[in-house]
Structures are given as structure tokens and as C-alpha cells.
Design a binder for this molecule. Structure first.
Ligand code: F6R
Length: 596
């Protein structure tokens, strides 16, 4: 999973490509590179490591040209080295290719090419693409691309430049996202609109199995047989403001933005379409990955508690063949910050093809998921740059809670008075998140204790367990501490064996009805020598003695993950900082996972 960008127009290509790559770095930051047509040759510069390494390399060289492609990599095949960085060039530098996705049959293609005398220099699945196009080239680039597409299997998006066509770039899409943008007598390709939004005010998402040819004079679209296809650019809709805090890590500034994003609310919720979708739903299935899946777990608890309805949440990558549980009355809610997560898109597509209606809860208005969905709720929390989901997770939970309330209301699962009561509680949440943010200095202190733990167990019951899962994911993802989430009641059935000195238990306890059980959990781990941190509602803390006690404002237990999540995000952030980790770009990860 990587980010690709391409440019052709009247400006110097390198700064435009670098700008695009800067916004795509969230898709991977193992290496980056560019290939620019300088009028005679393809100049390729690529470097392992962060984009700054490429910028340094480009500063040492004259790379001029008005047409080029660029790449930022998240390694899937081959470690992060210069050799495995994109773009890849064919023999004698005739074609250069950048690739996002996976070529599943690259091994037989590599063998085929080697038998014909081609030497491959990298360990990647991507390099074969450049050589294959070159192999099929007999005087027409488009025909060579079509021939190559008839052989390549997998899911991918490509950017291609060739020495034969000085001011032309090609984009190819087969199952991985690619946006075509138009500016002022200039065109661009990009894995998402953010990388080219500065100068492209018109765009269209490339459909599957299409090739786009972009030259200074215009754009042309083809299918994989080379037949011309119609297309039209659409005006780009405005995304939410990018309110980055100067000088702060993105993760920290995004946590601090949570109250503002909740205060901003949602455009006309529930829209007629959302209300209609909820009204027609007989059952629900939530799909998502990572934090988005955890938001779905909170929704399940809320639906059980408030509407008395059992809802399933599935990890999208596990939802592979289970069409049988879908009917035309199923409302599938696909949750995704980026709207580009391959596992979520595939699962949502499968569910839709099985007859379900698809509601997207997504933070990017113009994304693959919102295009696939019948109806979308855009979370509007602004661009999230740090790899770890923080404000987007809270916005997802908040919007799913609103969906739950609307459903309970529309389908008469609650009375009018109950609806008003829940609404009022929900409306108080943004203010309460401000209170949590104000406790930042104390949360930093607790995090400094956690940073030396040998393992951290996040424990809770029901909605608190859903929140604990998210807390654990956040900590391990950015601080690399070993961490696991566990339902408190299950501890004694095995995992309690791991409690000893050096281990921390973080017990999330927001439900007054479970107070005694939660107090018992704290005692169980403390008397085995483990240290304890309690994250509890204000009115419960006095009954939950622990080494560190974090009070969050009282709210309904099913709403409390909105608040407890922030506490655990701070734990993760400050523990990671204290351990010297790169909080915004944790090792081995990328913000948007566009491969299966
Ligand atoms: C964790 C995190 C990931 C994402 C997951 C889904 O902090 O960010 O677990 O939640 O990769 O991404 P989206 O929401 O873009 O589909």
C-alpha cells in the first residue's frame, strides 16, 4: 500500500510531485521516488526512508521537466531500501512505473521475463510491471499497457511515463484508488485528492479497468482493450479545514481538536436518506478495521442498551464469504476514517452485492467508500494526519451513537421522553470532552508511569471493554509497549496468570451497575503484584482505589467511550513520546491501508 502521484502541465514537475508526496506520506513512508521526463530521458531519483531523504537527494541534482510520476512506499514485498523504492524502470530506461497495490502473479511474470533476458534488480512485485510494458511495446504505449493489463493479476493503481512520449503520463486502475485531476492547462494523478487539491479544482475517480492518458493538451480514457471511453470531470467539493497546530505533534493536536470537531456537529443529521435507510432496516451489520471496528463495537453496545436490538460488528478483513447473513433489509454500516481501506471496501462491496443497503460513516467526503455507499454520514472532524486514529475514532463513535438514537426513535424502540433525554445527554458530550482535555497534565503523569511497564492490560466490561480495546490498540501502535485488552470478568479464566510486578492494568469503569465487579477486578490484579490505573466516571472514583485514578465526567455508560477514549489516547501519546517513538509515523504502519 503506497501513494502515487503524477503531473503533466506547464510547471516544473518536481515541486508539484513532492507536494503531492508530502500529502500522501500517510499511505506509507518506507521510501519515496520520482521519475521525470526531461525532454530526452527519464530521470529517476529514489531513496529509502522518509520523504526528506528524497528531498535532500533532489537538492543535489538538476531534475527538470514538466511531466513526471512520484511514489511513497509502504513495503509489502522487499524491505525498505533504495533498490526496492519506486519508480521502477525497464531496461534502457524506456518506461518508469509507480505502483500502489499488489501484483499477485509477479513470480511467474518475473520468470517469464528472466527467460527472455530481462534482469530484475529488486525484490518487489512491482518491478515486473515496467519490464512487461516494455516487453509488449511495439510502437504504441497504449497498446503495450493493454497487453500488460491482460497478463497482470491482483489489485493495483499505476502511474506510467515513457521516454517515447515526452509530455504524457498514464494512469491505470484495477481495484486500487486513483484520482484524475484537472487544473489550469495541467493534469494530475493521485491516490487521493489531497495530494493535488492545491491546483486541481476538477477531478474524477478513475473507474476499475481503465487507463487514462494525460497530456498538456487534454485527457483521454480507455478500457483495457484500448477502446475509448467517455468521462467527465466534476467540481471538487470542499473538504473540512485542515487546522494543524503549529509546533505540536499531529497526534497531540488532533486529540486537542476533539471538542471542536464534536461541537461542529454533522450536516443536517439525520438527512432524509439516513432516516430512510434507518427506517427500512430490519437488522444491522457494522464493518470496519482497527479503530473503526472498535467504534462499531461501541455501537453494538449502544444498540443493545438503548434500542434493545442485537447488532453484529465484523472485522472487515474477516468478512469474506458470509453473504448468508445479509438480506435486502440489512443495513450495513461501513465505518472508515479514510474511506480507502481495502478490507473495508471489499467487505462493503460484498455486502452490497448480497443485497444489503450500505451506509458509510466516513471522514472523507470524496472517497471510494462514500462513492460505493447508498448513503453517507461524513464525520467532518477535519484531516487526520497522524497514523493513529484519535479525533476520527471519537467522531465515529459519536456519529454511531446518533445513528443509534435516531433508529431507536424512528422505530419506536424508545419513548419520545427517552429520546429527548438521550439527545440532551449526547449534546453535553462535546463540553465534557473539553473537561478531559483540560486534564492533559495529569494524564501525562500517568502515562509516564505506564511507559516502563512490561505489559499493559486494558480491562473493562460491556461498553468499557469496547473502549478498552481501542485504548490497547492505541498504546501498542504508537509506544510499541506490549498491550492487550481483556473483558475484566474473563481475567480469572487464564490471563490472570500474567499479572505480576511490572505489569499494569488499566481498568475502565464507567457503569454504576458494575461498580462492585470493577472494584473486584482492581483488587484481583493488585494482589498479584500488578500496578493499577482506573479510568472511571467522576461519581464512581471514590469506590475504586488504585495507584492512579483518572476521573472522567459522568455520562451514560454507553456514551462514555467518547470520553474514556481520549484519556487512553493521551496515555498512548505521552508514553510513546517518553519512549522516544515517532508518534505520528509509528514503525511498520501507514495511515490508510489500501491493500488486503
Ligand atoms: C489505529 C488506526 C487503524 C485504522 C484502520 C482503519 O489507530 O488508525 O486501526 O482505524 O486502519 O482505517 P480507516 O478508518 O481509514 O478505514
Amino acid at each position: 500500500m503506497c501513494g502515487i502521484v503524477g503531473y503533466v502541465g506547464n510547471r516544473d514537475a518536481v515541486p508539484v510531485l513532492l507536494q503531492g508526496l508530502r500529502s500522501l506520506e500517510y499511505r506509507g513512508y518506507d521510501s519515496s521516488g520520482v521519475a521525470v521526463h526531461n525532454g530526452a530521458n527519464l530521470c529517476v531519483v529514489k531513496r529509502a526512508g522518509r520523504l526528506s531523504a528524497l528531498e535532500d537527494a533532489l537538492a543535489q541534482r538538476e531534475v527538470n521537466g514538466r511531466c513526471g510520476i512520484g511514489h511513497t512506499r509502504w513495503a509489502t514485498h522487499g524491505i525498505a531500501t533504495d533498490k526496492n523504492a519506486h519508480p521502477f524502470v525497464s531496461s534502457y530506461g524506456k518506461f518508469a512505473v509507480v505502483h500502489n497495490g499488489i501484483v499477485s502473479n509477479y513470480l511467474p511474470i518475473a520468470a517469464f521475463l528472466r527467460e527472455r533476458g530481462v534482469s530484475l534488480v529488486s525484490d518487489t512485485d512491482s518491478e515486473v510491471i515496467a519490464h512487461l510494458i516494455d516487453y509488449y511495446y511495439t510502437g504504441d504505449v497504449l497498446s503495450a499497457l493493454c497487453r500488460a493489463m491482460s497478463v497482470l493479476k491482483g489489485s493495483f493503481a499505476l502511474g506510467v511515463v515513457s521516454v517515447y512520449e515526452p509530455n504524457v503520463i498514464y494512469g491505470v486502475r484495477k481495484d486500487s484508488p486513483l484520482i484524475v485531476g484537472e487544473g489550469n492547462k495541467e493534469f494530475a494523478l493521485c491516490s487521493d485528492i489531497s495530494g493535488i487539491s492545491d491546483f486541481c479544482d476538477r477531478y474524477f475517480p478513475l473507474e476499475n479497468d481503465r487507463i487514462v492518458r494525460l497530456a498538456e493538451g487534454g485527457a483521454a480514457l480507455f478500457d483495457f482493450t484500448g477502446r475509448t471511453r467517455a468521462f467527465s470531470f466534476q467540481k471538487r467539493e470542499r473538504e473540512e479545514a485542515d487546522d494543524r497546530e503549529e509546533g505540536a505533534d499531529d497526534m497531540l493536536s488532533e486529540i486537542r481538536q476533539i471538542p471542536a470537531s464534536l461541537f461542529l456537529g454533522y450536516e443536517s443529521f439525520p438527512s432524509t436518506e439516513v432516516a430512510r435507510a434507518l427506517n427500512g432496516a430490519k437488522d444491522f451489520l457494522v464493518l470496519g478495521c482497527g479503530s473503526a471496528y472498535h467504534a462499531g463495537l461501541v455501537f453494538c453496545e449502544a444498540m443493545r442498551e438503548i434500542a434493545g436490538v442485537h447488532v453484529r460488528a465484523e472485522i472487515a478483513s474477516e468478512f469474506l464469504t458470509e453473504k448468508s447473513c445479509i438480506t435486502k433489509d440489512t443495513l450495513v454500516i461501513a465505518v472508515s476514517q479514510s474511506g480507502e481501506t481495502a478490507d473495508t471496501l471489499l467487505a462493503a462491496d460484498l455486502a452490497k452485492k448480497s443485497g444489503a443497503k450500505l451506509l458509510a460513516v466516513c471522514n472523507v467526503r470524496a472517497s471510494s467508500l462514500t462513492r460505493l455507499a447508498d448513503v453517507s454520514l461524513v464525520t467532518r472532524c477535519g484531516r487526520e494526519r497522524a497514523v493513529a486514529a484519535t479525533k476520527s475514532y471519537v467522531a465515529q463513535v459519536h456519529s454511531l451513537l446518533m445513528i443509534c438514537l435516531e433508529y431507536a426513535h424512528i422505530s419506536a424502540k424508545i419513548t419520545k421522553d427517552q429520546y429527548v433525554f438521550y439527545q440532551r445527554e449526547l449534546a453535553l458530550l462535546p463540553e465534557k470532552t473539553e473537561e478531559v482535555i483540560r486534564s492533559e497534565p495529569f494524564l501525562e503523569k500517568v502515562a509516564l508511569a505506564l511507559k516502563d511497564a512490561t505489559a499493559v492490560f486494558f480491562l473493562g466490561r460491556k461498553g468499557d471493554y469496547a473502549a478498552a480495546r481501542e485504548g490497547s490498540l492505541k498504546l501498542k501502535e504508537v509506544s510499541y509497549l506490549f498491550s492487550e485488552a481483556y473483558p475484566s470478568g474473563e481475567l480469572k479464566h487464564g490471563t490472570l496468570a500474567l499479572m505480576e510486578g511490572g505489569v499494569y492494568g488499566v481498568i475502565v469503569a464507567t457503569d454504576p451497575l458494575l461498580l462492585e465487579k470493577n472494584a473486584a477486578t482492581v483488587s484481583e490484579i493488585v494482589c498479584r503484584g500488578a500496578s493499577s490505573v482506573v479510568v472511571a466516571s467522576e461519581s464512581l472514583v471514590s469506590d475504586l482505589p488504585a495507584e492512579y485514578v483518572v476521573a472522567i465526567p459522568d455520562t451514560l455508560p454507553v456514551f462514555s467511550p467518547v470520553l474514556s477514549a481520549i484519556v487512553m489516547q493521551y496515555f498512548a501519546y505521552f508514553a510513546a513520546k517518553a519512549r522516544g517513538c515517532d508518534v505520528d509515523k509509528p514503525r511498520n504502519l501507514a495511515k490508510s491501508v489500501t491493500v488486503e
